[in-house]
Design a protein. Structure first.
Length: 633
């Protein structure tokens, strides 16, 4: 299934378009199925209905663990680097990981978990997070991992939406010099969540926590019970290829985050195939993805993709700048990392520290680099290439989304000729098209448009949990018979793709997706706020920053205090990741006569470009624009 030359890529691509079912059948044959499929693909984008490998029976953990035991049971599956570099790291071989996953699946079963249950996982980046994810999959329960930076309120919304009955967490977490009271946050969330019957708490920081009788149990005590019971194995639940594997919540342009649903068979095939190809993973290589398992990158390219391919995957608990900005390079040096996959925001941030943090770090083990989450600007591309890759490592700039499950447009390392700033070419099976506002296809090269995909691929989302209509309207209704990505895109003279950013009201802050409507709703919850409008603006490190225009006439205390109050409100409602970078108090917002906020004007002001705001004559009160311009931050 590995492509090793450009002509092979072209051939594979052609086959994937002309005979998609045959193409994916041959890829799927490389995986372990208890029973093969009745049909490779059923689909229409109208409902939408997408089924890959329907009727096939499998368990993804047999592909990630069991099938490797004989040949590489002693090989490291996970290398874990703790937040504090003076503490011991941990290595879990495939056999050890298998044992721990079986053990914890038994814990889940003892606590009432069954196939089809939804289980919320809210944990820091510790090996037990991967173990919990895999144990859910082994038992057939649907995991919903919530990133550690979300607030109690956001967790509660996600638990309620998915009707989770179990939560897995830790007492606390540490990131750099910050402590995160994970269990306390969960306790606050659960006040609103009667569906949760059990909370399994891993001891990590041994921070004092409340443990409620009958509901809260310690991970370690439950493991002891399993040991006493003598349950060493856990026979993996048989899943249909189209049974749900997980839900992952992500932000959109309107309302609450939605639960993107991925299923077992297609997702597994796609994550494994794209991992092996884009990174050209070779047995024995050490691979380090710096993402958090709370995001799709961690799901697909720390856990499922690498493990399904028998890779060694490094998990890091901390942050790139603690204890100093050389931390990633220490890790590369320490474990002789070969493949290093990170985000543009991290690259830009580390770049700003200059060469000092690189001194004395041996990066010679690196052979391939990767980037994800937002456009990788050319300056950062060259720094990454020269200072980290020493001009000998290809950079795979992987464009994809929570909804796509895996890489879509991406170079194949050492196969695809690169171009800085470009995600380059679609992987086999991916059929991108550019359309104009009306949905007309824009043909030819040297053109820009809205990026859509016209044919299904195995890793694509199947629905949004509990609300299929929302899935249809969000992704399949903007343009007929197309999956709409929400991204703008340029196809250059060579047919190379460059993602230019979101065309909807979604911000990309440090590679995290944040809906402007979501932030506005949170700001508007603050008692003195009348209304607000949130837009993005270019930010040197984060890619985009959050700029909030807020109408807040009765402030308690001075403006600075009022700003802090609003920040606190956003932290409480969504989480610290959504806090605005700038808050400008205004007397009114620029609205049309029908009451619609003209965001175009606010975006320009936030970008600091007020020279030409375009036609403002349709505004109800054009005068408000002058006031806003005068107070711009
Ligand atoms: O705008 C694109 C941007 O991130 C969005 C997807 O965000 P999320 O679902 O959180 O997944 C992030 C990790 C896959 C996309 O719609 N994006 C992602 N990768 C790139 C990118 N923009 C430019 N270049 C990329 N390589």
């Amino acid at each position: 299934m590995k492509i090793t030359s450009f002509p092979e890529y072209e051939q594979a691509y052609k086959k994937s378009v002309e005979q998609p079912e045959q193409f994916w059948k041959e890829i799927a044959d490389n995986f372990l199925w208890r029973k093969k499929w009745d049909k490779i693909l059923n689909w229409n984008f109208t409902e939408p209905k997408i089924e890959w490998f329907k009727g096939a029976k499998l368990n993804i953990t047999e592909n990630c663990l069991d099938r490797h035991l004989e040949t590489m049971g002693d090989k490291p599956a996970i290398i874990w680097e703790p937040n504090d570099p003076t503490e011991d790291h941990r290595v879990l071989t495939y056999k050890q990981l298998y044992d721990k996953v079986c053990q914890f699946a038994n814990v889940l079963k003892n606590n009432g978990a069954k196939k089809g249950d939804r289980i919320c996982i809210y944990m820091p980046m510790v090996p037990e997070l991967a173990i919990a994810v895999l144990a859910c999959a082994r038992l057939g329960a649907i995991h919903s991992v919530v990133f550690g930076g979300f607030s109690a309120q956001s967790i509660a919304d996600r638990i309620l939406d998915a009707e989770c009955n179990i939560v897995i967490t830790t007492d606390g977490g540490v990131r750099g010099d910050k402590k995160i009271p994970m269990k306390t946050v969960i306790d606050d969330a659960l006040v609103r969540c009667p569906s949760v019957k059990k909370v399994i708490v891993l001891t990590h920081t041994r921070t004092p926590v409340s443990m409620i009788k009958g509901r809260d149990v310690w991970w370690e005590d439950e493991i002891k019970k399993v040991e006493t019971q003598g349950n060493k194995e856990f026979i993996a639940e048989e899943m249909d290829a189209e049974d749900m594997l997980f839900i992952l919540y992500t932000s959109g342009s309107t309302g609450k985050p939605k639960g993107v649903v991925h299923t077992c068979g297609g997702y597994m095939v796609y994550a494994g195939y794209t991992f092996t190809n884009a990174f050209q993973y070779e047995p024995g290589e050490v691979y380090f993805c710096t993402a958090d398992i709370g995001w799709i990158t961690g799901h697909s390219y720390i856990v499922y993709g690498p493990l399904s391919q028998g890779a060694t995957t490094v998990m890091f608990e901390g942050v790139p700048t603690w204890p100093d900005a050389g931390r990633f390079w220490d890790i590369v040096d320490k474990y002789k990392v070969n493949i290093f996959y990170t985000a543009p925001t991290a690259i830009r941030s580390l770049m700003s520290f200059g060469d000092e943090p690189l001194k004395g770090k041996d990066l010679s083990s690196l052979t391939k680099l990767g980037s994800v989450g937002e456009p990788l600007n050319e300056e950062a591309w060259h720094w990454f290439d020269e200072r980290i890759g020493k001009k000998k490592c290809p950079i795979v700039d992987t464009w994809w989304q929570t909804e796509t499950g895996g890489f879509m447009i991406s170079p194949i390392a050492n196969v695809t000729p690169l171009k800085p700033g470009y995600a380059t070419l679609p992987l086999p099976g991916v059929q991108p098209i550019l359309v104009d506002e009306k949905g007309e296809e824009i043909l030819g090269n040297g053109v820009s448009g809205n990026l859509c995909i016209k044919f299904p691929w195995p890793g694509m989302l199947r629905t949004t949990y509990g609300d299929h209509e929302r899935c249809r309207t969000t992704y399949f209704a903007t343009y007929k018979d197309l999956y709409f990505t929400g991204d703008g895109c340029l196809r250059d003279e060579d047919g190379y793709y460059r993602i230019t950013g979101r065309v909807d009201d979604v911000l990309n802050v440090s590679g995290h997706r944040i809906g402007t409507a979501e932030v506005e709703n949170a700001i508007n919850m603050h008692s003195s706020v009348v209304e607000s409008a949130v837009v993005g603006y270019p930010h040197d490190i984060k890619g985009q920053g959050v700029y909030a225009f807020v109408v807040c006439p009765n402030q308690h205390g001075d403006q600075e205090l009022a700003r802090k109050d609003i920040m606190m409100t956003v932290s409480r409602i969504i989480g610290a990741i959504a806090k605005p970078d700038k808050i400008q108090f205004v007397t009114g917002l620029p609205k049309t006569r029908s009451g619609k906020i003209m965001r175009r004007i606010l975006r320009k002001i936030a970008e600091g470009d007020t020279s030409n705001l375009g036609d403002i004559s349709t505004l109800l009160d054009p005068g408000v624009v002058e006031d806003i311009k005068a107070g711009a931050l």
